[in-house]
Design a protein around this ligand. Sequence first.
Ligand code: ZN
Ligand code: ZN
Length: 722
Amino acid sequence: MTRARVLLLTAALGPLDYRVPYGSEAPLGSVVVVPLGPRRMGGVVWEDASFGAPEPVGDNRLRNLFEVVPVPPVPAPLRKLVEWTSDYYLAPPGSVLRMVLPGAAFADARRPIVEYRATGELPARMTPQRTVALEKIGTRQGLVRELAALAEVSEAVIRGLVKAGALEAVAVSADQPYPEPDPGFAPPDLSDEQTAAAGQLRDAVAAAKFETLLLDGVTGSGKTEVYMEAIAAAIDAGKQSLVLLPEIALTEPMLTRFAARFGCEPVAWHSGLRSTERRRAWHSIAAGEAKIVVGARSALFLPYAKLGVIVVDEAHEMSFKQEDGVHYHARDVAVMRGHFEGLPVILASATPALESLAMVEAGRYRHIVLPARFGGATLPDLAAIDMRQDPPDRGRWLAPPLVDALADRLHKGEQSLLFLNRRGFAPLTLCRTCGHRIQCPNCTAWMVEHRLVHRLACHHCGHVMPPPRLCPECEDEDSLVACGPGVERVADEVSSRFPEARVAIVTSDTLWSPAKAAEFVDNVEGGLVDIIIGTQLVTKGYHFPNLTLVGVVDADLGLDGGDLRASERTFQQIAQVAGRAGRGVKPGEVLIQTRVPEAPVMAALVANDRDGFYSAEAAARKFAGAPPYGRFAALVISSEDIEVARGQAQRLGAKAPVADGLAVYGPAPAPLAMLRGRHRFRLLLHAPRSFDLQGTIRDWVNSVEWSSKARLAIDIDPYSFV
Ligand SMILES: [Zn+2]
Ligand SMILES: [Zn+2]
C-alpha cells in the first residue's frame, strides 16, 4: 500500500496522511484532491519529514485520496520556499500553499468557459438599474458573477439582461497559448552605461546561479530597458522571467512597454484578472509556456516550470510588504526563491531600501549603478518653500512661489504635477460649534470626505456614509467643516485659480483599473492634461516628457507618523515624484512645501545628496538597533470584545520571554485601537539581528491559553506600526 503525506490548502491543519489508490501514482509535489470530513479539499503531496510528524494513523484507517490533478507537480525548490516562508513569517503552511495553488489551479483549462458581453441591443423593458448596469459593463466581458460585481447589481439583474437579449453568451477557451515574445523584436538603443549594466545582467542569467543584483539608477536612467535585456537572455535560454511590480495601476503601461520591446504583451498576474484569465495564466505558467510574467506580489509564489530570472521593479516600495494573511515581504521572499531555485534576482530602484544598500555594503549583493539620465536629460532642480515664511493664503494650500511656477508652466504649455499623499477632499470633518470629529464607527480613524462622490469614507474598513447635515453630537445645522486638504481640495484650488487649466486627479479612487490607468497615460501623453494632482500612485513608473514642474504640497506629511522608516519613506517618495520632472529635453523644477526645511531629509533632498542622507540614516538606525541592524516583530491580539482582547494580551504579556538583548514592549492598545470592529492590543519585540525571534515567539505563543474569540496576527519585520 502506498501512503502519501498531503499538505492541505487550509490554515487550520498540518499535513495529513492518505492512501494512494491501487493503480494511481502520487509522487512528491503532486497536486491532489482529498477527502476532509465530508468535504473535498486540494493539497500537495509533501515530504514526510517536514512540519513535524502528524498523529500516526493506522493503515486501515487511512482514507483514499480522490484524485491526482493533471497539472505539473509543485517542484522541490518551490516546496522549500513554502516551508521557508511559513517558518520565517510564522504563517500556517496551508496559507502559503494557497498562493501557489489558487482556485485556478483546480479548474480544467481545457473546458471552455461561458462569459457574457453586451449585444448593443436594449431590452424592451428598461429600468434605471438596467441602464446603469449596461453603462458600467460597457464593452467588457466576464462571468455573470464578475459582471454583477462590476455593475454593482445582483446576479439576477445580469441574468435578466441575458434573457432580454441585452447580453449574450461567448464561449472562451482558457488553454489558448499566449504569443511568444521575441527577444530580437526591437532591441533598444542603449547608452554605454546601460550596455555595460545590461551585459552584467545577461551574464548573470546565462550563469544560472543564485545572485542578487541591485540595479541602482537615478529616475529616468532607463533601468527598465536594462533589465529587459536580462529577460531577453532568459528567453534565449528557453526560460521564464518574472517581473514583480508594486502597484496594479502600473501594470497596463508596463505591458505596453514590454509589447514594444518583445512584440507581444507579457502574461499579467494580479487580483484584477477575470477568472478565465487567471485560469489561462496559471496553467500556462505551470507548463513553462508563459515566458514573461508581470505581476503583483502574489505572482511570486506561482509554480513556474522553468524560471530563469526574477526582477523586482521599484524594489524599495513598501507595498511589497503584505499586511494581512501571510505577512510576507515580496522583495525578501523573491531573494529566497532565487536562492532555492539557483537563479539571479534583480532589484531595480532609484532609491533603494536601506536594507538593500546594507547588503551591498556587506558584499552580499552586486551593485550595478546607472549614474546618469538617459538621452542627456538632466536631473531636476529641487528647492524648498518654507511655509512659515511663504504661507499660502487663508483656506488655501499652495504657497505663492508654487502658484507662480504653475502659472508659468500653463503659459508655456508645459505640464505640472502636484503631489499630496492623501485621497479625497479633506481628512477630517469637524463641528465648529461643539468640536465633534466624525469618526468611523468600526475603526479608530476619521471619516475622510470624498466630495466628488458626496460621501464620507473610512480608508481602513471601507465604511461609507453620506455627509450629515446636522452635527451628530450637538445637532447644530451647517456647523460641519472640512479640515485639511486632500487631492480633491487641492484640485478645487487649482481650478479656482486657473479656470482654464485641464486637471486630472490621480488616486486609487480614480485609477481603479488598468484600463483607467492606460486612459490617464493617453490623456497626459496626448497633451489633454495641464496639471496632474495625485497621491503616491503618480510617484513612479510614469514618463511624461512635457512635464517640467513638480510641486510637493505637504512634504512633512510622511514624517508625522514617526515610525522608524518615516525619513527613508519621505526621501524615497519625494525623490521618486521629483523624478517625474524634466524627463525629456526640457529641464525640470521641483518645489517642496515644508514647515521644516532644516530637517535632514529635506536638506538632503534639496542638496541632491543621496549618499549623505543614506549614511546619516544608516548611522541613526545602527545607533537605535533598528532594521537592518536589528529586528522587530509585532504581535497584534484582536477581538470584537474589548475585554477578551485585553485579557488575552495581558495573559501573553505576563509570560513575555526574557532574554539577553530582547526587549518586549506592551501590551498596549495599538495605535489603530479599533479596526473593522475589532479591538486591538499590540506587543512589540525588538532584538539584535542574530536573535532567534521566530523560535522565541513560537514557544511564547504556545505557552498561553488562547480564547477562541481572540485572534493573533504575527508580523515579522513589520513595516506598519499601527
Ligand atoms: Zn457639534
Ligand atoms: Zn473604518
